[in-house]
Design a protein around this ligand. Structure first.
Ligand code: GH3
Ligand code: MG
Ligand code: MG
Ligand code: MG
Length: 311
């Protein structure tokens, strides 16, 4: 039996420990012309496990941001040797959106208009000097969590819930960008599990899910260099840029063979499955037209007896 207060304390400490663990991977950049202010803030941040970076001026801070993508939060003083803090915020926002980097402006003169200028130029928050440690950390953690939440939402929006693979929309965005950059030879493969409805009907939907997850895991392993996605139901799509068509077909055929030999186990069931693949390598085309040709080839693979690659 744990009294309520202890239970609350336990929950609080658990959350705090989890936070401290996460902080080990988060960079915080302190921009301040004064060495003593910089080191004071940095040591406070280190105490909470953050990776700290220091810049004595705006130029240095932009360089550090460029070189260290782990920086999720920048704290800038109001006056810097080479520009004002507000100017630095505006310059930084031209390069990094609010969903990539949080910014806190620090002011010593409690000027209401300065605080407003910080926010207007793109800061997420501000801090008045002198500050107590508790307020300092509340603001730091709140702004770091904001970035983390956006990242979590982005991750959820881009991936398929069952398998964790990129979903169709994310795949379209990535592949359209790659095609627009106009790389040489590229292949697009559409794969579909064979007689998957039978697997569901015979062994149950839960086992069907196990099969889908295992196939996805093997896709990630075989095609980690390429763009992959769960396209829907029991269909997967793979885009292979910068590769000779014969080589792409060989990779896909090796994968098809691996899947057909794989015994997929659940607690009570051991079974295997096969898949059919349609592939195209037409150049100078849109993703939509490549998909439509791959789909025709997939149809031919099914009609030809399944468990085969048609390209
Ligand atoms: P074919 O060889 O022609 O592709 O036959 P098929 O049975 O695989 O094709 P069909 O399109 O008739 O059936 C696909 C099945 O995939 C039907 C659907 O219930 C199942 N399915 C789609 N999404 C999921 C899922 O997330 N989990 C499970 N377990 N089944 C799914
Ligand atoms: Mg299908
Ligand atoms: Mg079908
Ligand atoms: Mg199928």
């Amino acid at each position: 039996y744990i009294p309520k207060q202890n239970a609350q304390m336990f929950e609080y400490l658990t959350r705090l420990l989890a936070r401290l663990e996460k902080n080990k991977h988060i960079g915080v950049l302190v921009v301040d012309g004064s060495r003593s202010s910089r080191s004071k803030m940095s040591s406070l941040l280190s105490r909470h496990n953050f990776i700290t970076y220091n810049a004595a001026n705006a130029q240095q801070s932009l360089e550090l941001l460029h070189d260290h993508p782990d920086i999720k939060l920048m704290i800038t003083d109001e006056t810097l040797p080479d520009m004002t803090g507000v100017q630095l915020v505006a310059e930084t926002r031209k390069l990094y959106d609010k969903d990539q980097l949080s910014i806190i402006g620090v002011s010593s003169n409690r000027s209401a208009s300065l605080l407003a200028s910080f926010i207007k130029s793109g800061a997420n928050d501000y801090l008045n000097r002198p500050y107590c440690h508790e307020e300092f950390f509340c603001r730091i953690v709140q702004n770091v969590e904001y970035i983390e939440q956006i990242e979590a939402i982005r991750q959820a929006a881009n991936s398929d819930y069952l398998t964790g693979l990129p979903n169709r929309r994310h795949f379209f965005n990535q592949v359209s960008n790659t095609i627009r950059r106009g790389l040489g030879c590229m292949s697009l493969a559409l794969m579909d599990l064979d007689n998957f409805k039978n697997i569901n009907d015979t062994f149950g939907h839960d086992y069907g899910d196990v099969v889908l997850k295992e196939v996805a895991r093997m896709i990630m392993r075989h095609f980690s260099r390429f763009h992959v996605s769960r396209f829907g139901g029991e269909e997967f799509c793979i885009f292979l840029p910068n590769i000779e068509h014969e080589h792409a077909i060989k990779l896909l055929n090796d994968f098809r063979e691996d899947i057909s030999k794989k015994v997929i186990k659940s607690k009570t069931i051991r079974h295997s499955c096969t898949l059919s693949i349609g592939v195209t390598n037409k150049q100078n085309r849109t993703i939509e037209s490549m998909l439509s040709i791959a789909d025709q080839h997939l149809y031919a693979a099914k009609a030809g007896g399944r468990n085969q690659v048609v390209g």
